[in-house]
Design a protein around this ligand. Structure first.
Ligand code: GCW
Length: 729
């Protein structure tokens, strides 16, 4: 071969090799930054000084104990510290060498743990992280009364490292305020996720119990890292098949994966299971054969899963069967199940989301009317699980009056993490401020300071058990939640379930630092964006207390005109009540008197339009279009301005994001950019459709200075979305 030809060939090979390796590199880079790792990204800390300081303190570790959980702690720390600090830590058995020591009172050297007593208050899940001096040596110690507790402590320390917090003088004690911190998956056995917008269910029931995806372990890691200690695997619209022996084997396989991470499994059950899969004539809870069927079923479950958590039940709600079918109360139904679970340590989470057309009572009042009289009748291992508001996970609702109404019955919170009513998975909406607003609302149940947080954590009424559930936004998309920014909603749910006194802002900052960047200025920009995002969405969807005006069935986009559904209280027109006189739902004493269900403080606040905060105005009052608002504007002008402001804020958020191109990894940057383009268009869609629709009644002009909507109301009304994702039924 001639030299020139050979050189050309070599060059060609070289270029080809470069292309291949570049491609491989890019591939790896994108895979690594596609959101799969959630907030558990352990990329090397770029700032040398910070990295060096951390490394000096964490060169040698000892994690005592030999359980599956301590093994996880060891693996996680090795993996995380090698990534974050650029060097694998050394594991050492010799106390003189060790810099980070993790263990329980049983496994730690006495010299160490004697400095950390007393530990009883920590309970089973609390932990302490302390910088100590033992025999003249500086140590960091993580101690807790159980292996799960020290796993939580380990994740806390990792968070400090990931957020570049100084770890040289630590004195942290953490005890969860709420006992049961669970995700609720609305996942069907065919892998469709009701109200899920992130792909199909992560549970591959067909391949279970033998095939266990790595994702199951990563799911458990992520949950444990934020203190979630339970998961309800299947939809509350429950398929009875979940209780068949072959499915219980599959459930047991998942339970086995989750156990070392401190996560229990729970199941949603169909109340008619004794009849449907048990072949009994009835599912009447007071029938002895029925009770016996449930007892045997519980025994069968606990044989397979000794630490099974219990049942979640949606009964006599939206077509689901329940004790009401047999003339029995919710308490009778719940207690029958509670009795069969009790010997095994299981609990019942009984949903309060019930409303029925036959009841001649306005929908927002029904849960309270149903459950308040039952206070004192439930077994000790029953919690009543209530959605945060009295209707249904709207962008904004006042609190459900059930919070604070049942001193003898623990009320458990149900938040929605998935964005069913807030833009599915394309709108950037950080829910921290919504959760915070609800948890900090003062119910007045026992005087000032009776916040919802104190009710659900059991402290106000000294309940012996407490819980908080979040309807998951997780699916099998690579980034888990369909939109990388929406991972923050899973994250903030877990952190607030652990301690509802933390602020949404602090949690957002942690999440950003762990997931996107530690650059101070960028963290601030994104955090401001996130904190404003929920109010922005309220503005372009349902300002001033409007609610339930979304598209039918799929709940995608605006539908204030919808008036043809089977039940009155499924129709948006039922909720906004716009007419030539005005707009809003009169729930005050002159209307349906829903305010009577609140304690005097809130009742008085909501009694009159003048005292009602603007954000709840049209929830409680029907007011004339010319009604003078606190701002001095007419109600029509104010409403219109809110819609325009909402859409404008999305535009601004989009602009702000574009400025971050050089600050964020290309993959998340582009994903969020594309989603913001959609959100910007959809915010305008919501604004235009609603303003044009309400204008038919107000007959008032769009205030000057605001652009006229493009498109006609007829066009907006005609739009159909038969294949929108996540539908129910
Ligand atoms: O908001 C409604 C949803 C239904 C859901 C129901 C519930 C699981 O549209 O999809 O059903 O609430 O909470 O039970």
């Amino acid at each position: 071969m001639k030299t020139a030809t050979r050189t050309r060939l070599q060059l060609l090979i070289f270029v080809a090799a470069c292309c291949v390796s570049h491609f491989a590199c890019a591939q790896f880079y994108f895979e690594n930054n596609d959101g799969y790792r959630l907030w558990q990204k352990y990329d090397t800390i770029e700032d040398k000084v910070t990295r060096q300081q951390m490394r000096e303190k964490l060169k040698t570790l000892n994690i005592s104990g030999n359980s599956a959980t301590t093994k996880i702690i060891r693996e996680e720390l090795k993996y995380a510290l090698t990534g974050l600090l650029g060097h694998p830590p050394r594991l050492s058995q010799k106390l003189e060498d060790q810099q980070l020591i993790i263990g329980t009172p049983e496994t730690l050297p006495k010299k160490v743990y004697s400095q950390l007593n007393p530990l009883e208050k920590l309970g089973e899940e609390g932990y302490r992280i302390r910088s100590l001096t033992v025999q003249g040596k500086n140590l960091t110690v993580i101690i807790g009364n159980s292996d799960t507790a020290i796993l939580y402590g380990t994740y806390h320390l990792l968070r400090l490292i990931q957020t570049h917090t100084n770890i040289s003088a630590l004195n942290i004690t953490e005890i969860p305020k709420i006992d049961i911190r669970v995700l609720n998956h609305w996942d069907n056995l065919d892998r469709h996720v009701e109200r899920g917008y992130a792909g199909e269910s992560i549970w591959d029931w067909h391949k279970l119990p033998d095939y266990k995806y790595q994702r199951y372990y990563d799911y458990a890691r992520a949950n444990a890292s934020i203190g979630i200690n339970g998961t309800v695997l299947n939809n509350v619209n429950a398929n009875p098949d979940i209780l068949r022996p072959e499915y219980l084997q599959k459930v047991a396989a998942l339970a086995e994966v989750f156990r070392p991470y401190g996560i229990k499994v729970y199941l949603s059950i169909n109340f008619s299971s004794p009849h449907i899969i048990g072949g009994l004539k009835t599912s009447d809870p007071l029938n002895s054969e029925v009770a016996q069927w449930w007892k045997s079923k519980a025994d069968e479950i606990y044989q397979l899963i000794p630490d099974f958590g219990g049942f979640l039940v949606k009964a006599n709600s939206e077509g689901q069967p329940g004790p009401g079918d047999f003339g029995r109360t919710h308490a009778e139904g719940a207690n029958m199940l509670a009795d069969v679970l009790e010997p095994h340590g299981g609990i019942v989470m009984w949903r309060a989301f019930v409303y029925a057309n036959e009841k001649n009572e306005e929908r927002s009042k029904q849960a309270y009317s149903e459950f308040k009289p039952l206070d004192g009748q439930f077994r000790k291992n029953v919690l009543v699980q209530s959605k945060n508001g009295p209707i249904d996970f709207q962008p904004r609702e006042p609190i459900s009056p059930l919070f604070g109404a049942t001193p003898q019955t623990p009320i458990m919170m149900e938040f929605q993490i998935t964005l069913e009513y807030l833009g599915l998975s394309t709108h950037l909406v950080y829910l921290g401020p919504l959760y915070e607003e609800v948890l900090n609302t003062d119910t007045g149940a026992k005087g000032k300071g009776s916040t919802v947080g104190k009710i659900i954590d059991g402290s106000l009424f000294n309940n012996t058990i407490s819980g908080m559930a979040g309807v998951a936004n997780i699916g099998s998309d690579r980034n888990w939640t369909g939109h990388i920014m929406l991972q923050s909603n899973w994250y903030v749910f877990g952190r607030l379930a652990w301690n509802h006194e933390q602020t949404a802002k602090d949690i957002a900052n942690d999440w950003i630092r762990m997931t996107l960047t530690n650059d101070h200025e960028t963290v601030n920009t994104i955090s401001n964006m996130m904190m404003a995002s929920r109010e922005t969405t309220v503005n372009y969807m349902t300002p001033l207390g409007l609610h339930h005006i979304m598209g039918t069935g799929h709940h995608y986009g605006p539908g204030p005109w919808v008036n043809n559904l089977g039940r009155d209280d499924w129709n948006p027109v039922y909720y906004h009540r716009a007419d030539s006189q005005g707009i809003g739902f009169n729930r005050s004493a002159t209307g349906v008197n829903a305010i009577e269900q609140y304690h005097p403080e809130l009742r008085q606040l909501y009694a009159k339009p003048e005292t009602t905060p603007d954000e709840f105005l049209l929830w409680f009052h029907h007011l004339p279009w010319e009604y003078k608002m606190k701002s001095g504007k007419s109600l029509w002008d104010e409403l219109t301005h809110h819609y325009y402001q909402g859409a404008e804020n999305v535009k601004q958020m989009h602009k702000e994001w574009l400025k971050l191109e050089s600050k964020i990894d290309p993959h998340p940057f582009n994903q969020v950019k594309m989603a913001l383009e959609i959100q910007e268009q959809e915010a305008i869609w919501w604004r235009n459709a609603c303003v044009l629709y309400f204008q038919q009644f107000s007959r008032l002009p769009i205030p000057s200075g605001l652009e006229k909507p493009q498109g006609t109301l007829a066009e907006y009304k005609a739009a159909q979305f038969p294949y929108a994702p996540g539908q129910g039924g």
